[in-house]
Design a protein around this ligand. Sequence first.
Ligand SMILES: N[C@@H](CCC(=O)N[C@@H](CS)C(=O)NCC(=O)O)C(=O)O
Length: 218
Amino acid sequence: MTHAARARFDVVMRLHYHPLSTYSRKALLGIRLRGDAVELRELNPFAGDLKRADYVAMSPFGKMPVLETDEGPLFESTSILEYLEERGPRCLLPAGVERLARHHDRLADLYLLTPIGKYFWDKSEAIRATTEATMAVAWQLWGRALADGRPYVCGTEITLGDLGAAIAAHYAVTEGLSLPDDITAYVARLERHPAFAESRASAQPFVEATRARREKKD
Ligand SMILES: N[C@@H](CCC(=O)N[C@@H](CS)C(=O)NCC(=O)O)C(=O)O
């Protein structure tokens, strides 16, 4: 590695995130699994942090997370993790299962994290019904992938394809939706890893605070 390249790698990266945000959790989980040295900047979306001009300059849609790097800010959780994987070492997208890992990451974004995120904030019957229906199909796909006894969706290693599922399963349970038994066992397996346990533990106080606020309002 050249001197210049090494200096570039030594620059501290900064993740702008919130511990409750599904996509922030995905990015941070990936970072923890990879072991990158990343400084954390906790946002306060309720105080307008996502609308600040300096934040929108980094994240044009005003969404979390953002990773500040020496090559500029990056938004979109998958793009952030793909960038880190490109820098190396390869961890979340191992050779041989890369396509499968990306496929499950995309499925998790679209059919697990998006619906559960909606239901987290909107407890209407209509949203509950579509969330349950969509997630049930996604869990079947996970069940099919795990049916040969593999511990994780791409085999024996945790990959990008497992992150969103663990986060979605956590919120499904906190929000009173049921999980198939094979998924409960899979998520318990993932949560034996300290990075997944940390992700859940950091989110939990915000889950409880949100529930308390909702109950006070109802
Ligand atoms: N596809 C984006 C989704 C980002 C996203 O929707 N983040 C949510 C939090 S989980 C957000 O910032 N919501 C605030 C808002 O929409 O105002 C990603 O993967 O990063």
